[in-house]
Design a protein around this ligand. Sequence first.
Ligand SMILES: [Zn+2]
Length: 420
Amino acid sequence: MTLERVAPAVAAAVAAVKEDRLWRRHLQIAEIGATGRGGVNRQALTPEDAEARRRVLGWAAARGFEASVDPIGNLFIRRAGRSPTARPIVSGSHLDTQPTGGNFDGVFGVLAALEVLEAVDDAGVETVHPLELAIWTNEEGARFQPTTMGSAVFAGALALAAALATVDAHGVGVEQALAQTLKAAPVVNRRAFRFPMTAYLEAHIEQGPVLEAAGKTIGVVSGIQGLRWFRVEVTGEEAHAGTTPRARRRDALLAAVDMVRALRDLMLDATDTARFTVGRFEVRPNSPNTVPGQVLFTIDFRHPDGTVLSRLGDEVAAVCRAHAGGCAVDVIETLNSPPTEFDPRICELIQAAAARQGLPHMRIVSGATHDAKYMAGLCPTGMIFVPCERGISHNEGERASAADLAAGARLLAEVMLRLN
Ligand SMILES: [Zn+2]
C-alpha cells in the first residue's frame, strides 16, 4: 500500500481502539484465578488458564475470527487478510501468571492484540496480510520449567517431547495438563510450528520503574538483556562450634559469603546496568552449633551487552575459587542466554508511530525475558512497553492505567497496519 492509502486506514483503526473495552476485558480476565488480594493465580495449563483461554476464544468467535492451536497449545486467532497466502502479521503474549501474579503481565499483550484485530474490524479496514493474535503456552515457568516454554518449542529451541515430559511439583506432566486444557477450551484447527510470519510484535507492561520515572508512556524495546545462571557448591568440613579453633575450620558458609561479596564487587558498575542476584542460599547441616560443611547458592547475572555478559560471567568461577578459604568449590553454569536484539526497522517503525501519535517515548532494554526472544530468531520482531506503577510486577499489587494500556494498543494498531 502507498502511504496515502495507508494513512486514512491507520487513522480509522487507531481511532477505533476502545479504552473502556480493553480495560473491561482486563477486569474480566482478572476474575479468573483471583486470589482475593488484588492479584491472580492462573498458572500454566490449570483449569484457570483454560478458562481464560475459553473466554478469549469466545470473544474471537463472536467476531468470526478463526482460531488454531499448535501441538504445545499455543493459540492463534486470525483476522483474515485479502491474500490467503500472505504471511500473517502476529502479535501476542501470554495468559498464564505467577502463583501470586498481577492482572497485566502477559494479559495486556493478549488483549491489546485482540483489541487491534477488533478495532481494524470496526474501522472496516481490509488488510492484505492476515492479522493474528498469538497466546503462548506457559510463559511464566512457575508450574512447569523452563519459562517461555511454548514459544521455545514453537521456535525449535526446545524439543516438543522434552516439553511434554516436564512434570510439575505434584508429578503432573505437561502432556496431561495440556490435554485437559484443550478439552476445556477446545480449538478445531491445527497449526504447525514455525509457520512463516511477516513480523512479530509484543506489547507488555515494563515490569520495571524506568518509564514511570522518566515520565514516558511508551518504551520502544531495543532488545532483551542476556542472562547467565550458575550453581555454586561450596564444600568445607562440619565441625563442633564450641571446640574447633579458627585455624582448623573449613567453614563453607563464611567462604560462600566472601564469594558473594567479591562477586557483587565484580558486577558493580557506575551505570547500574548489570543485574546480579543470589536468590537461593542453602546451608548444611543448618544447625546452630555445627560449623557449616556445605553451602549451595545460585547466581542470576544479566546484562544487555553480550561482551560484558561474557567477560564478567567468565570470571565467576575464578572469583569463587579465590575466596574459597580452604573449601572446595564447584561452579556449574546452568543457563547461558545471550542478549536479544530486536529488528532495528521494527524499532524505527514503533518509534516513528509513537512520535506521530504524540506519545512520550524512549528506547529501553527489557530486563525480563519474553516470548518475543524466540520470535526474534524467526522474523522481524519488536516489543512495546507501557509503564506499570512503581515498576512492581510478579506481585499481586501490579498496576497499570487504562489510559496507558489504550495508548499501547493504539500504537500497536498503527505498527501492525504499517507492516501490511
Ligand atoms: Zn509476561
